[in-house]
Design a protein around this ligand. Structure first.
Ligand code: NBG
Length: 860
């Protein structure tokens, strides 16, 4: 006889298919998702279908945390950090989410017991390449730390349809391929069309007096574009906090299409849609002059306006008035890309919410803070006034007003210092007029920071000197950091496991605890284990390179790695000059005893950056010669691995013995790759630039290969008159290298191919490769000597890794929270997901639901 149904429910507890963690439940969930979401049987499913089924299985397991987190923030009045960034280079989500949920091994087993290859599925994920490099990746590391530290935060950015291009190498040249990352769908995001926001462009302004007789301005735009949010959960490490990355996609609002349609202009209406959607089509690769690019300014304004309007909507749900907006939100400007936010918040407060100017300005300044990420003068954004005024007529007026009041203050402090006033002005009037976005950001923020100690100092002395003299108290340093979750636990599981065995797992959230491992440096067995891990990973990389690029590399050789964007200031070509130097030494004396080395390069050049592309060609041309010369006998290998991205970074940092951080001193704001290498036990050869300086301080000068001019020396040499020819004539080794390139030796006799590169070195050498050449070569010799002593090298490697505590992004985020944002952690209680059984309609009317709708899209 069957028991009554009620008794059954009490006695058998069935794990929820969407939340359960037992192997059986996970397997069933994957199979169900394959069927119900992908609409496939296993027999007809592609690898991607299986990956999607797996991804949804994982997403299901974090949804409850995500919604709980959002609800927690909405119900209380906690301060929320809003990180405004035109770039978020998140990298693959799957492994990271598995690690942060603490279910990596369990899910892996479930996949394997389902007869599937876990690694193969994991590799299916298209990484969202919504950034160029360091700046976008920093934003991603900071999102991870914010969530892991339980700080309420929203990342606001752009959902580019095409991210950073995919790179192929053909005949040694870079070829760009469009990045169709959304081709097979993106299981990590949820579209929230009901929370869309309108953004205006163009048109004109009108002054009027309101019913109280107050002077007001209204903006009558040419076009309106709709911003549709796409939300991705950003889960912290083993906490309930899952913050949101909200990226905006541009669409045409329906009403506009209808207007044109009614007068019979169907194609005009469709065109309107195309124009609107163009705004978020493509990420601009950096390093190109962008001054004239209207679309870029549209992108910036578009995402900033959407985000600020979104914040105001949220704020008004939690509070009655905007008067304390700055207590609800701390808004960080990630470089000047979102700096237009200063004028936009003023417009929203003054024009749309009738707050008087002075109060609005206080709120604005208290809300924003600005991080500068570059010292290169050509990279400081400025917009031609004419272009700006056409696109954002109201903002131009607001900027004039801000400028007038600001310069009034300056005049009061420095009467008659006209040059200073011209230098500080938000408008550059030296020729064609420009708006200086770094000035707008500096004036509109209560805090300004650089990203490494040297960088901040140079900002104060140089790039933002006048602002520093005006407001020294606004300036702080916030040395960059990177997340140990992705850059050790996810990418180097073997190393993580060894560390866990020795000191437990606390270091993953408190990286300074790695210091405890110093006790094992003199333990020969530990050193052996450490070496073995590096060796295994190097072998894996060698196999990967063999399989994917048909190049044999020797896993016993010193893996010397330079991976980062290709730029003259980063000096990949200095590295190439050293390779040629070594090659010449071997050719002169084929029996010379050299330390076998594999030079590994990776990085993209901006499509319009001719010299950077020529550097790629040079590296590949040198590789051709060196790799095929029998005299070299496998002692040197040069490989340029195409399409460097986050995923490849995860593979290559753990495999490196030597990290190349060789920028001209004073040019690299911080660098973050330098930190990822060192954490994984690579030694650094580097200049006193960016965060290298602080890394060297932490790991000890004796564990760091230092070379090159210091920043003051660079400045002094420039001032004195730098002549690269002097070095060319004085250094026969250098001369031989340069002459060999010029002779066409690496270019099948073509003496023209590399001439632009050689001439730029001989006649300008803006980044002083020649001045640093000998010091670099000598330093590389020290590297060779150290590598010959295996035990010594291992000690240095261990000390590098375990002294990297400072460079966790957790430390950086704590500093931002305490010194800039005034933000506190908030504990998110995990409520079990309960099916809304009796009356879904009724529940939707509840107070909690009302609050959530502010975020997930108001129904009203
Ligand atoms: C980059 C710097 C790096 C720095 C990252 C993150 C830009 C504009 N700047 O040195 O070049 O590490 O920002 O701060 O991408």
């Amino acid at each position: 006889m069957n028991p009554p149904v009620e008794t059954l429910q009490q006695t058998i507890k069935v794990e929820d298919d969407r939340t359960g963690l037992s192997l059986e439940t996970l397997k069933r969930a994957i199979a169900d998702n394959l069927f119900y979401i992908q609409g496939k049987y296993p027999a007809i499913a592609t690898k991607n279908d299986f990956y999607m089924a797996l991804a949804y299985t994982v997403r299901d397991r974090l949804l409850q945390r995500w919604l709980n987190t959002t609800e927690t923030y909405l119900k209380s009045k906690v301060k929320v950090v809003c990180y405004l960034s035109a770039e978020f280079l998140m990298g693959p989500h799957l492994s990271n989410n598995l690690v942060n949920l603490g279910i990596y091994d369990q899910v892996r087993r479930a996949v394997e017991e389902s007869g599937l290859d876990f690694v193969e599925l994991r590799e299916q994920e298209e990484e969202p390449g919504l950034g160029n490099g360091g700046l976008g990746r920093l934003a991603a590391c900071y999102m991870d730390s914010l969530a892991s530290l339980e700080i309420p935060a929203i990342g606001y950015g752009i959902r580019y349809e095409f991210g950073i291009f995919d790179q192929e190498i053909r005949d040694g040249w870079q070829i760009e391929i469009t990045d169709k990352w959304l081709r097979y769908g993106n299981p990590w995001e949820i579209e929230r069309p009901e929370a869309s926001i309108d953004v205006k462009f163009g048109g004109y302004t009108q002054a009027y007096n309101d019913e109280n007789g107050h002077y007001r301005v209204r903006w009558i735009p040419d076009i309106i574009v709709k911003g549709v949010p796409y939300d991705t959960p950003i889960l912290g490490y083993k906490v309930n906090t899952a913050n949101t990355l909200r990226l905006w996609k541009a669409e045409a609002p329906e009403s506009f299409e209808f207007e044109a349609f009614n007068v019979g202009d169907y194609y005009g209406a469709v065109n309107e849609k195309v124009v609107a959607e163009n705004i978020t089509k493509v990420l601009y690769p950096n390093d190109e002059p962008i001054q004239g690019k209207q679309l870029r300014l549209q992108q910036q304004y578009f995402f900033v306006s959407c985000s600020l309007q979104d914040m105001i909507r949220l704020h008004l749900h939690r509070q009655d008035s905007l008067d304390n907006f700055h207590e609800s939100f701390a808004v960080q400007l990630n470089d000047t890309h979102p700096a237009i936010g200063v004028a936009e918040l003023m417009r929203l407060l003054v024009d749309e919410h009738q707050i008087d100017w002075d109060r609005a300005w206080q709120i604005t300044q208290n809300t924003f803070a600005y991080t500068n990420h570059t010292l290169l003068p050509e990279a400081l954004e400025k917009w031609p006034l004419s272009l700006f005024g056409r696109l954002l007529p109201r903002h131009l007026q607001i900027i004039y007003e801000i400028n007038q009041r600001f310069l009034g203050q300056v005049r009061a402090k420095y009467p008659d210092d006209h040059q200073r006033i011209a230098r500080l002005s938000l408008i550059d009037e030296s020729g064609e007029k420009y708006i200086r976005m770094a000035h707008l950001a500096s004036v509109g923020s209560h805090a300004i920071n650089g990203v490494a100690a040297l960088h901040t100092k140079l900002l104060q002395q140089d790039v933002l000197r006048d602002f520093y003299e005006l407001w020294p108290e606004k300036f702080t340093n916030k040395t960059n950091g990177v997340t140990p979750r992705r850059w050790i636990v996810v990418s180097n599981p073997k190393l993580a496991e060894l560390i866990n065995r020795k000191i437990g797992t606390n270091w993953i959230k408190h990286l300074e605890e790695l210091k405890q491992l110093e006790a094992f440096v003199e333990d020969a067995e530990f050193r052996q284990q450490w070496r073995q891990i590096k060796q295994d990973i190097k072998r894996d990389l060698a196999e990967y390179v063999k399989k994917n690029h048909a190049i044999d590399i020797n896993p016993q050789s010193l893996f010397d790695v330079q991976v980062k964007r290709i730029h003259e200031y980063k000096r990949q070509h200095l590295n190439a000059l050293y390779i040629i130097t070594l090659y010449n030494q071997i050719k002169q004396n084929p029996n010379i005893d050299v330390v076998p080395r594999t030079f590994i390069f990776g990085g993209k050049a901006a499509p319009g950056y001719f010299m950077a592309k020529l550097i790629i060609k040079l590296i590949n041309s040198v590789a051709q010669v060196v790799n095929n010369d029998p005299d070299v006998r496998e002692r040197l290998k040069v490989v340029f691995l195409p399409d460097y991205n986050v995923r490849f970074g995860q593979r290559v940092y753990p495999a490196a013995d030597l990290s190349e951080q060789i920028s001209t001193a004073g040019k690299e704001a911080s660098g973050t790759g330098n930190m990822k290498f060192s954490m994984n036990g690579a030694l650094t050869i580097g200049t006193l630039d960016g965060a290298n300086i602080e890394i060297r301080e932490e790991v000890g000068a004796e564990n760091f290969f230092l070379f090159g001019l210091t920043t003051p020396e660079v400045y002094a040499l420039k001032a004195k008159g730098y002549n690269p020819w002097d070095y060319y004539h004085a250094n026969s080794q250098l001369k031989t290298v340069i002459d060999l390139i010029s002779s066409g030796f690496f270019s099948h006799g073509d003496t023209n191919l590399f001439r632009p590169l050689v001439d730029s070195l001989l006649y300008h050498d803006q980044y002083m490769l020649f001045a640093d050449y000998q010091s670099y070569v000598d330093c590389q010799e020290q590297v060779n000597q150290a590598y010959r002593d295996e035990e010594k090298w291992t000690r240095m490697s261990i000390l590098n890794a375990v002294r990297m505590g400072k460079f966790s992004s957790d430390r950086a985020i704590r500093e931002y929270c305490q010194e800039i944002w005034n933000a506190q952690p908030v504990n998110v209680e995990m409520q079990e997901y309960v099916q809304p059984k009796p009356d879904m309609g009724k529940e939707a009317q509840s107070v909690a639901a009302q609050a959530s709708q502010a975020w997930l899209g108001a129904k009203t």
